[in-house]
Design a protein around this ligand. Structure first.
Ligand code: C2E
Ligand code: CA
Ligand code: CA
Length: 851
């Protein structure tokens, strides 16, 4: 069951939901701020653009007004120069009006700055209307010559009357004398009158020159000097008048006196008027228009210009204000942007920090723990995180850790121990031996290794069942463990093979222990209701005398055990000079393997003779192996090696192939024969056997009826159930089956009945001596009878001479086989032999006795 290592009441939050919420909130805040500012910025931008465009338009208007002003001025000037030429006054008036309209228009045109603008442009409007009025007045003035030239008016109109009076009165005075009305008392009166008349005329012409100069010249100095000279003349004239007055006072001329009185008055008036004329002519006022220009129009235009400049300045100020607003806006925007960036960076930093704290560090520590786990090191303690994901990860890791540990321990135990008995297995034994080798080499001590194999374990297993077999193995394991000291290692190597590793043991100790073990296990004990004792074969080796490495120690222990088994001695110490086959078993096995593969084995054929017809009816195929170094190896040894090495299937297949091919060849050359092939008991365990044989028969076109397979009685009884199944399958194919070496095994009759065999072969051990040994003869006789009773064919092996043949024939034995007819021989020789036997009419003649 999955349990959380740190179940507390506080439920950790989900990291994911935390980040999602945080990100959402942040996103909403940022988006709202951005949207608000965006809206503001857009509207500001729009209004700023509008303001600026309006201001620009106002600037343009002012510029046109400025240009118009220059045009106005020019037109006024041109008009003043000559009012009769062109229509400058009209143009000027139009321009003034249009400028005024423009000012009035732009001040009312724009709602957002109209108010300020109206206020600001009011002086300009006023000045323009003043200009318009002033210009109207100027026009009128210009058209009124009197007002245009005030001096002319004085000289032409006002001064004319006194001037006439003076001239007339002077003339009257002169005429009074000339007419004789008056006889002047003073002689000088008359010349004085004439002189006065001349002085007067000079004065008048002087005034005319003055006026002409005024009109023709602009030099006031010249005017002043002329006026000064006129003053001199006038002074002289006044002096004359004074003198005249004086003279007339003594004259008797009432009229003259009266005329002189009015003359004096007119002269004073005239001079006053001249003074006025001078004042006008020598000041700027001598031309009315210039004066108005100077005093009204020009100041007005200046004021208009400055009003325009003022307005322009104000507009520029407005512009600056708006631009400033825009700048402020963009400042706000950048502040906002920086704030958002700052906020974002803060968030990112926070995220990184919290991820680091809550995710990366815990993950790193889990990773570290995993790595330590991988290298089997102590892993660091994992911190409890308050994020759900990480906590679950840590929990999962800890759970996994616990389970992996358990599994690893279980696996380690499994890998090093035998599942059935719980004893150390071959792998662990090897490790222990390895350790012993190191210790023993260092301390110069010896140690001993027992290799053991139970006798007839297979039989027990087969007859009592696997459960019983397992119980037996358990018991053996227990007995072995109890029999040795704790320092020893008892191991099960597989099947019924055990080993004991004994540190520091003498040969005597080993021998005693071997006896004990054999004795203990031989004690019958109850198994499945039967009392059973177990036999044991023990091979014993010692370090360093029998080997200094695991391989040689185990090999030699195996040889010693094999020896003990073969010779039924119970136990055996390894002796390097023992049995040739035992000693060379391993190299022989490898030689046999290459012999099968390289086809250097051979098969000899021994004839089988039908007792009645005395004809060769078959041949038994017998294996022959000539070893290149050791010469002829007996077939039973070869078979034993092949069985031991697990290559018996290949070997049997090779024999079957060769024998079937040969038999088919004989049949093809006209010999009607069958062939018998020996099978090992291990062949019955080959699941491919039937298919392979069927394939060979088909390949060489041999009928299954012409093939007999021989299986020893003991072989059949090793695993009767399996034997029956395989034999049934083979029999079904039409193959003949023979029980070889019949009589040596312990087959019960009931079993014999069940087996699908056709033939029994009486073992030669009963035949060879039956002519001398009565009990052998009885066995042979009863076996033949038994076979016949079961409907089987009976073959007697080992018929070495005629007497034996006679006995066999006497008891109705069906076929015989033995040296009497022929030893096993090579295929070619056998064919020759067949050819010879054909020639005899009475069938086969017994061959010579073997040497
Ligand atoms: P086996 O099957 O009983 O073969 C008969 C043995 O008796 C042969 O010995 C044969 O040479 C010998 N023999 C035949 N007639 C006489 C005789 O009159 N007197 C005496 N004393 N012996 C006679 P071999 O060839 O040495 O074979 C020994 C055993 O090896 C065979 O006994 C058989 O069990 C086994 N064997 C031989 N070839 C094969 C094979 O190809 N496969 C298997 N599985 N076993 C084989
Ligand atoms: Ca045989
Ligand atoms: Ca035999």
């Amino acid at each position: 069951m999955y349990s959380r290592p740190f179940d507390d009441h506080r439920q950790p939050c989900s990291l994911r939901s935390r980040y999602v919420t945080l990100t959402l909130v942040l996103a909403i805040v940022v988006i709202s701020i951005v949207l608000a500012f965006y809206k503001d910025i857009i509207s500001t931008k729009q209004s700023v653009a509008e303001h600026l465009s309006v201001i620009q338009a106002d600037h343009d208007t002012l510029n046109t007004i400025k240009i118009d002003l220059i045009a106005i001025y020019r037109n006024i000037d041109l008009f003043l120069l000559d009012p009769s030429q062109g229509n400058h006054a009209e143009t000027a008036n139009k321009l003034i009006s249009s400028s005024l309209d423009k000012v009035n228009d732009f001040s009312s045109r724009h709602p957002f700055n109209g108010k300020g603008l109206r206020k600001k442009s009011a002086p300009l409007a006023t000045k323009l209307s003043q200009l318009r009025d002033s210009f109207a007045a100027l026009t009128a003035l210009r058209m009124d010559i009197g007002r245009q030239y005030p001096g002319m008016a004085i000289s032409a109109f006002e001064m004319t009357a006194p001037q006439h009076n003076i001239s007339n009165n002077l003339q009257l005075l002169i005429e009074e004398i000339e007419s004789g009305s008056l006889e002047p008392k003073a002689k000088e009166l008359y010349p004085l009158l004439l002189k006065s008349k001349t002085l007067w005329a000079l004065q008048i012409s002087q005034v005319r020159i003055y006026m002409a100069n005024r009109l023709a010249s602009f030099s006031t100095d010249l005017l002043i000097s002329q006026a000064t000279s006129l003053n001199h003349l006038h002074q002289k004239f006044l002096d004359n008048i004074k003198k005249l007055t004086h003279l007339y006072s003594s004259e008797d001329s009432f009229d003259g006196k009266t005329v002189l009185q009015s003359l004096i008055k007119d002269t004073a008036d005239w001079f006053t008027l001249f003074g006025q004329l001078r004042a006008v002519s020598e000041s700027g006022k001598w031309r009315g228009d210039s004066y108005t220009m100077k005093t009204v129009i020009i100041p007005l235009t200046d004021e208009i210009s400055s009003a325009i400049t003022h307005l322009e300045k104000w507009l520029t100020l407005r512009e600056d204000t708006i631009t400033e607003q825009l700048r402020k806006n963009s400042d706000t925007l950048s502040t906002l942007l920086f704030s958002i960036i700052g906020l974002f960076m803060l968030f990112t930093l926070g995220l990184i920090f919290s991820l680091d704290m809550m995710v990366f560090r815990p993950i790193a520590s889990v990773t570290e723990a995993l790595r330590s786990k991988a290298y089997n090191q102590e892993s660091p303690a994992l911190e409890v995180s308050d994020s759900r994901e990480i906590r679950y990860l840590v929990e999962a890791f800890q759970q996994m850790d616990v389970e992996v540990n358990q599994r690893q321990n279980a696996l380690e135990h499994q890998a090093l121990h035998d599942y059935l008995t719980g004893l150390p297995n071959r792998f662990m034994l090897n490790q222990h031996i390895e350790n012993q080798l190191i210790t023993a080499a260092r301390s110069k001590q010896s140690f001993t290794l027992f290799l053991m194999d139970l006798d007839n374990f297979k039989d027990i297993n087969d007859s009592l069942g696997h459960a019983a077999g397992d119980t037996l193995l358990h018991k053996v394991a227990r007995e072995l463990t109890e029999a040795v000291q704790e320092s020893a290692t008892v191991a099960r190597l597989g099947g019924d093979e055990f080993a004991i590793l004994l540190p520091d043991t003498t040969k005597d100790d080993s021998q005693k222990l071997a006896h004990t073990l054999l004795h203990t296990l031989q004690q019958p004990f109850s198994l499945e209701g039967k009392m059973i004792g177990v036999g044991l074969s023990i091979g014993i080796v010692s370090y360093p005398s029998d080997g200094t490495d695991i391989k040689s120690l185990l090999q030699h222990a195996d040889i010693a055990m094999y020896h003990a088994k073969r010779h039924k001695t119970g136990f055996s110490f390894y002796n390097s000079n023992k049995d040739f086959f035992e000693e060379n078993r391993l190299s022989l096995i490898s030689d046999l393997k290459s012999a099968i593969n390289s086809d250097t084995l051979d098969i000899h054929f021994q004839p089988q003779i039908d007792v009645k017809t005395k004809q060769v009816c078959g041949a038994e195929a017998l294996l022959r192996w000539r070893h290149p170094k050791y010469g002829e190896i007996p077939p039973d040894k070869t078979i034993e090696l092949a069985e031991y090495a697990g290559i018996i299937h290949q070997l049997s297949l090779w024999v079957l192939d060769t024998a079937i091919e040969q038999c088919a060849a004989w049949q093809n050359s006209g010999h009607s024969l069958s062939v018998s092939v020996n099978l090992s008991v291990q062949d019955l365990a080959n699941p491919d056997l039937t298919r392979q044989i069927d394939q060979l028969l088909e390949q060489h076109s041999l009928s299954p009826h012409d093939l007999t397979l021989e299986i020893t009685e003991s072989g059949m009884m090793e695993n009767p159930k399996r034997s029956i199944n395989v034999l049934k399958a083979l029999s079904k194919m039409g193959i003949n089956l023979a029980i070889d070496d019949f009589g040596t095994g312990f087959s019960s009759l009931s079993y014999l009945k069940k087996l699908p065999v056709n033939t029994i072969k009486i073992d030669q051990s009963f035949v060879l001596d039956m002519d001398h040994n009565e009990s052998d003869e009885i066995i042979v006789q009863s076996t033949i009878q038994l076979g016949h009773n079961l409907g089987l064919k009976v073959i007697a092996e080992g018929i070495e001479h005629q007497d034996l043949l006679d006995i066999a024939s006497h008891y109705d034995c069906d076929e015989v086989q033995g040296f009497l007819f022929g030893q096993p021989q090579q295929a070619a020789e056998f064919l020759e032999f067949l050819a010879q036997t054909r020639q005899g009419d009475d069938g086969l003649q017994p061959a010579k006795q073997p040497a």
